[in-house]
Design a binder for this molecule. Structure first.
Ligand code: AMP
Length: 374
């Protein structure tokens, strides 16, 4: 075996950057493919500047690395397929294909008996009226493909919204979903190795605003929820003969869980694992895809994470935040853009929640509202 394993990463965003940093402690070198001028991953490894569907550049990267992976899911499966002749591509492309299409994803959840919100496929205007009948109002209309961070979604609250929703999204294949009045949103993150060995991180609770993740905290109480979430996660991992990290996002309604979507990659709601667990999701992804068994994560405390969206206020850098770790991805500010995050650790859940509220107040002027649950 060469002294350094080489991983090719399609995408040079912050997830790629964090993979590259994790690789340094594992003797794994990441090389990236990304067309942008200043990709965050340039801080962690060499970046080939090429478009995500540039066959020649993908093949050339595949020829230089031990395994190919990707850090976002809106990329062409067809463009990656030829690379399979040169090196493994993990996570498997079948997982990528299922995650790219909300309809395929829902069929997969159903096949695996993973509960999910009621839904109705929409390809014509009349389907939208049928969806309103079947699901009742409010409901949410989503593009089947290329949605992220709440983009490509329209919440319909009255019959008058049907035409507006159709005008906004009607050009693309769509799916309508029951509006879920959830108690909390959670994500189950796990890593599966080439031998099928699976490890799971404790359930993470997430707070979103405008479809964008704002806060995460882990671990959270609720053993039964966690057991069910890990069961659903394992069904997905095994059925896809998955290799790498996968994040399953779920709505918790009382004691029940409904699957929202899954991401076949390292995930924003697992950023806390960099300081909060050993190994992190990034290290476990690299271990798994390079054919090494993922390791059972040991917790380093109770973790809270705040995403820095649109800008990094001076308060996020102040010395009195020394108990927390700032990750600045080095991106230029833009409204709605994820520019960095802060993770804090505490000895118990109550101290973690107090610290997270203080952090939120200091940095954004608003404390997270996780409700009264711990
Ligand atoms: P998504 O891109 O599907 O993960 O949606 C982004 C966010 O919108 C989710 O994290 C939820 O906060 C909210 N959301 C999406 N779908 C639903 C739904 N069917 N019911 C209630 N909230 C939803």
């Amino acid at each position: 075996m060469p002294d350094k394993l080489r991983v090719g990463v399609i995408g040079g965003g912050q997830l790629g950057q964090m993979l590259g940093f994790a690789g340094r402690t594992l003797g794994i070198e990441c090389e990236y493919l990304d067309p942008s001028a200043e990709p965050p991953a340039a801080a962690a490894g060499r970046v080939v500047r090429a478009s995500f569907d540039d066959d020649a550049s993908i093949l050339s990267l595949a020829s230089r690395v031990d395994v190919l992976t990707y850090e976002f899911e809106n990329l062409s499966v067809e463009a990656l397929e030829p690379a399979l002749g040169m090196c493994p591509v993990f996570p498997p492309l079948a997982a990528l294909a299922a995650a790219q299409d909300r309809l395929a994803e829902k069929h997969l959840f159903e096949k695996l008996k993973i509960p999910l919100p009621r839904w109705h496929a929409v390809s014509e205007r009349s389907d939208l009226s049928a969806a309103a009948e079947v699901l009742g109002l409010p409901f949410v209309l989503k593009t089947r493909r290329f949605g992220y961070d709440g983009k490509g979604q329209f919440v319909l609250r009255t019959d008058d919204d049907l035409d507006a929703a159709w005008r906004t999204l009607g050009d693309a294949p769509l799916v309508a979903e029951q509006w879920v009045t959830f108690d909390r949103e959670v994500s189950a993150i796990g890593a599966r190795g080439t031998d099928g060995m699976t490890v799971c991180y404790p359930l993470t609770e997430n707070l979103h605003a405008d479809g964008i993740l704002r806060y995460s905290r882990a671990p959270v109480s609720g053993k039964r929820l966690e057991t069910a979430a890990h069961d659903y996660l394992s069904r997905l991992l095994d059925s896809l003969d998955y290799v790498g990290v996968l994040a399953l996002e779920l709505f918790a309604v009382g004691d029940a869980l409904l699957a929202n979507e899954f991401a076949p990659r390292v995930h924003n709601s697992g950023h806390w694992t960099i300081e909060g667990a050993d190994p992190s999701q990034f290290a476990n992804h690299l271990l798994a895809i390079t054919g090494q068994p993922p390791r059972e994560p040991a917790l380093c405390g109770h973790a809270g994470m705040l995403n820095l969206i649109g800008g990094i206020p001076a308060a996020a850098r102040a010395p009195d935040l020394a108990h927390a770790t700032l990750h600045d991805y080095g991106k230029s500010p833009r409204p709605g853009r994820k520019l960095g995050h802060i993770t804090l650790l505490a000895e118990d859940a109550a101290s973690r929640d107090r610290a997270l509220a203080e952090l939120g107040n200091t940095v954004t002027g608003l404390a997270p509202d996780f409700g009264t649950r711990e």
